[in-house]
Design a protein. Structure first.
Length: 227
C-alpha cells in the first residue's frame, strides 16, 4: 500500500466510523437474515443493504432518490432504507432533503472520501445498479441475473474478492447488443463483465443444458429491471 493510499484508507475508516465487530448501534428495525449479513464484498460496511444503498446513490450522484424508489431498486422495505439512511446521514456520507411529504436521498459529493468511496463501491457493489440500469428497457430482455463468485459474496458466502462479474440474460436480444452493453459496463465498473444469454424456453427447463442447470443450482441475484 502506498503512503497516499494508506492516508486515503485511514481517512475513510475515520469517516465511516468503523470499529471492530460492531460498526453501528443496534436499532429496533427488523432486518432479514441476508440484509443484516456482514458485507463480504466490502467488509468496511455493516450490511449488504448499506452497500446497496451507498452504491445506488454514489454511482448516480447527480440525482435524488425517494425512500420508496430506493427501496424498490434495492429490493427491500422502505423501513429498512429509512434506518440505513439515518445512519448514513449522521455519518455525513449522504444528505437528505424534504419535498412535500417525500424524503429525498443523495450522495454527499462534498465529503473528503467521496472519490475513494465511489471507486470502492464501483468495483464491489456497483454491478447491481449499473447492470440494472443498462439492461432495463432493452428489447428482447425478459430477465437478467448475476451469478458466479460475485453473487456468492453478495448473498453472504465467504471467499476472495471477485475479479469479474458473470451475467446471464434471459431473452432473445442479439448477442452483439449484449456485448456492447457488457463493454460499456466494464468501462464504468473497471472490471471484467462476462455476459451470457439463455433462450426463455431453455431457462424454464434447464435439464438439457448442464451450464444452465449449474447456474440455477448456485447463488443468483436477479436484476430488478424496469420496462
Amino acid at each position: 500500500m502506498t503512503p497516499d493510499s494508506r492516508v486515503s484508507y485511514e481517512k475513510m475508516r475515520r469517516h465511516i466510523r468503523v470499529k471492530p465487530h460492531l460498526c453501528f448501534p443496534k436499532t429496533s428495525a427488523r432486518f432479514t437474515d441476508m440484509e443484516n449479513t456482514s458485507s463480504w464484498l466490502l467488509p468496511l460496511l455493516r450490511s449488504r443493504i448499506q452497500g446497496d444503498l451507498l452504491a445506488l446513490l454514489y454511482l448516480h450522484p447527480d440525482r435524488d432518490y425517494m425512500l420508496t424508489e430506493a427501496a424498490s431498486v434495492i429490493g427491500t422495505s422502505v423501513r429498512t432504507v429509512h434506518t440505513e439512511a439515518n445512519r448514513l446521514v449522521k455519518s455525513g456520507l449522504i444528505t437528505d432533503t424534504r419535498r412535500g411529504n417525500s424524503r429525498l436521498l443523495r450522495a454527499n459529493t462534498d465529503t473528503p472520501v467521496y472519490q475513494q468511496l465511489t471507486d470502492l463501491l464501483a468495483v464491489t457493489y456497483g454491478p447491481l445498479p449499473v447492470l440494472t440500469e443498462m439492461l432495463s428497457g432493452i428489447e428482447g430482455v425478459q430477465s437478467a441475473y448475476i451469478f458466479g463468485s460475485w453473487a456468492a459474496r453478495y448473498t453472504g458466502t465467504q471467499g476472495d474478492m471477485p475479479h469479474d462479474v458473470d451475467v446471464l440474460v434471459v431473452g432473445t436480444t442479439d448477442m452483439t447488443r449484449l456485448y456492447e452493453i457488457a463493454d460499456d459496463a466494464q468501462r464504468r465498473l473497471r472490471r471484467e463483465i462476462n455476459i451470457h444469454r439463455a433462450r426463455p424456453e431453455s431457462w424454464a427447463d434447464p435439464g438439457r443444458d448442464p451450464f444452465l442447470a449449474t447456474v440455477r443450482s448456485r447463488p443468483l441475484v436477479e436484476l430488478r429491471l424496469g420496462r
